[in-house]
Ligand binder design. Structure first.
Ligand SMILES: Nc1ncnc2c1ncn2[C@@H]1O[C@H](COP(=O)(O)OP(=O)(O)O)[C@@H](O)[C@H]1O
Ligand SMILES: [Mg+2]
Length: 446
């Protein structure tokens, strides 16, 4: 890339003229648009880079954020027309006692037009040494502030000495508010996204660490109740059984947290097989798992299943089906039936090419008798950590994550999940996944 000669930037040099005033106005308008743009931090900074080049000369621009918690200024973004060797993204400095502090405090930009001379006056400045090694000779350092609060700093740099004039400070100050607001908004979103990633990682770490010890508690418990280490009294057996039940509750919770963290980080493993037998590979194994719990509540599981084969991830669909069936068994009424169905449904549609096609779906449903839910509670069901509280379900434990996770998995399959209920009578959860796409329907030749 050819280096930009700042003196060849007419708008940049014409800092007093009408042309310049119009350019400043245009940049301000561009920056205001940015708040509404929904762009990410880095996209916004790219736009800022292009916009600012029309009104201030530079061949490198960088943004550093001030972190109140740590007292550090950390470089978050650098874009340069020449190679950046030292002061790159991640470069940090302590704000307190540095020459950046008064800039942020007073809101006044600072010009250094000869960094070599500046270093001679402050030979200990690590940042000055490093920026010189990057070939920078002049610097215009501008504060980013929103209201009373310091966001960070914007650095304009040039490889030529003597680049910046007081007029450039005025130019920056004219756009400072719009610029700071745009950057603050995206920084805020960026911080939120980072916080969400941190939370998902912690969730994963904690859940992952709990998994093995919990499994071992259950195994040791079973060894005891089964009498391998000597016969237990009825009272001892009862206590150990409670221990096993509690650890199995925690194991389920941990499983939900692991799934959630995978979804939140976008790392959910989706490994579809081309032809999964939905009855034998998804439904039956889960019916088997839930049968003892159903029996314990005097419930029977009835199945009405069509033989269907679909391209899907059986491991993930088992999670969905197990959750729906588990909910029916836990939230359904004692001594009633739970009905499990799998049927094929089809409807005709138009594909992206505008061709008439027939689309086939596998429709799963799980229906139980019980208190169900009111129509206005429906939207809550599929949200994270949401549980309805009904007196009849007192003592039923759960994470409030099962339906959220299920919905994410079904969506991943290109399907849809829905819930229906007649309050006080029954609840039914249904989901569908695409079977295979039929070839376009061609009119039969005459
Ligand atoms: N079959 C059902 N009948 C009535 N309420 C249900 C049923 N299934 C789910 N719910 C309600 O939806 C909530 C969310 O379900 P879910 O996401 O699976 O979380 P969890 O089962 O861990 O509470 C449950 O707490 C319950 O209040
Ligand atoms: Mg559940």
């Amino acid at each position: 890339m050819t280096p930009i000669d700042v003196s060849e930037h007419p708008a940049a040099d014409d800092s007093g003229g009408q042309l310049h005033g119009a350019a400043v106005q245009m940049v301000m308008d561009d920056l205001k648009q940015l708040w509404f743009s929904g762009k990410s931090l880095f996209d916004v900074l790219d736009v800022v880079y292009e916009a600012m080049r029309q009104i201030i000369p530079f061949d490198r621009m960088s943004v550093a954020f001030y972190n109140e918690e740590t007292g550090m200024v950390v470089s978050r973004w650098v874009r340069s027309e020449t190679e950046v060797k030292r002061v790159d993204k991640g470069y940090w400095a302590e704000l307190k006692g540095s020459s950046l502090e008064p800039i942020l405090r007073t809101g006044r930009p600072r010009i250094i037009n000869n960094l070599e001379q500046h270093l001679a006056e402050r030979p200990d400045s690590r940042a000055t040494q490093d920026i010189l090694k990057d070939g920078v000779m002049s610097n215009l350092t501008c504060p980013l502030r929103a209201g009373n609060h310091a966001i960070g700093l914007l650095f304009f740099s040039s490889r030529k000495p003597d680049t910046y004039r007081p007029g450039h400070i005025d130019t920056f100050l004219a756009v400072a508010d719009s610029l700071s607001l745009a950057v603050e908004k995206v920084k805020y979103l960026d911080d939120l996204a980072q916080a969400k990633r941190n939370y998902a990682q912690i969730l994963y770490f904690v859940a992952h660490e709990l998994k093995a010890p919990l499994a071992s508690i259950a195994t040791i418990g079973s060894t005891l109740t089964e009498g391998y280490l000597g016969k237990l009294t009825p009272q001892q057996t009862e206590k150990v059984q409670r221990m096993i039940a509690n650890s199995s509750y925690l194991t389920n919770l941990v499983r939900d947290y692991l799934d959630l963290s995978q979804i939140e980080t976008g790392e959910m493993k989706y490994q579809p097989g081309p032809a999964v037998d939905l009855v034998e590979e998804v439904i039956r194994p889960m019916v088997e798992i839930q049968t003892p719990a159903a029996r314990a509540r005097g419930m029977t599981l009835e199945a009405d299943l069509e033989y269907l084969v679909a391209p899907c991830d059986a491991t993930l669909l088992k999670v969905v089906f197990n959750n729906l069936l588990g909910n029916a068994v836990r939230y359904g009424r004692e001594n009633t039936k739970v009905l499990v169905r799998l049927v094929r449904r089809s409807f005709s549609d138009y594909n992206d090419a505008g061709e008439h096609i027939r689309q086939y779906w596998a429709l799963f449903s799980v229906r139980n008798e019980g208190v169900g839910f009111a129509p206005e509670q429906k939207q809550k069901l599929f949200a994270r950590f949401q549980r309805l509280h009904h007196p009849e379900h007192k003592g039923v434990t759960g994470s409030g994550l099962g339906l959220y996770i299920s919905r994410q998995i079904v969506i991943r399959h290109g399907g849809e999940i829905t819930a229906d209920s007649e309050p006080g009578k029954w609840a039914e959860f249904r989901f569908r996944i695409p079977l295979r796409q039929e070839a376009p329907l061609v009119d039969a030749p005459a």
